[in-house]
Design a protein around this ligand. Structure first.
Ligand SMILES: [Zn+2]
Length: 161
């Protein structure tokens, strides 16, 4: 399934949330959980600045969905996100039985950008969602918006971009 024009507002919202995280001194990642009828159910951005580096928005949305949605509702829901799920979040997404993922920027793109900016490698290996959760349908990256996400990461890491 390709990314439809009607889905772009959800992806733009993810970029907005990522920008809000950046303004709050956090890493620029944002995510939106959307139900089968297109309703935004929950949204979040990164909260790792506190020191808890597991506070990713995709992980928060997986836990929120487990607490508030039925298994059928979770399977029919979509998670839109500014950056592809990391292995921790991809695993949480699959364990709670959420449906499709649509990301703006891929983990591979993000790693290339961070490497370019001289950011040290993360403690967890960079893998695609499909390597962690092969049953989850995934779409992305989204050209154009991905450049906006890149600009946020450049700002966060103090680069000139
Ligand atoms: Zn994550």
């Amino acid at each position: 399934m390709a990314v439809k024009d009607a889905e772009l507002p959800y992806l733009r919202r993810c970029v907005e949330l990522a920008a809000r995280a950046l303004e709050a001194g956090d890493e620029p990642f944002g995510s939106v959980l959307v139900g089968a009828d297109g309703t935004v159910l929950a949204e979040d951005h990164n909260h790792v600045a506190s020191g808890d580096r597991t506070q990713h928005p995709e992980f928060a949305l997986a836990r929120w969905s487990a607490a508030h949605l039925t298994p059928d509702e979770r399977a029919a829901a979509t998670v839109y996100t500014s950056g592809e799920h990391c292995p921790m979040c991809a695993a949480a997404h699959a364990w709670v039985g959420l449906g499709r993922i649509v990301y703006v920027a891929s983990s591979r793109q993000l790693m290339a950008w961070l490497t370019e900016l001289g950011v040290p490698a993360p403690p967890v290996r960079t893998l695609s969602v499909q390597e962690i959760a092969p049953g989850v349908p995934v779409d992305g990256p989204v050209p154009g918006l991905a450049e906006e996400v890149r600009a946020l990461h450049v700002r966060f890491h103090g680069g000139q971009g």
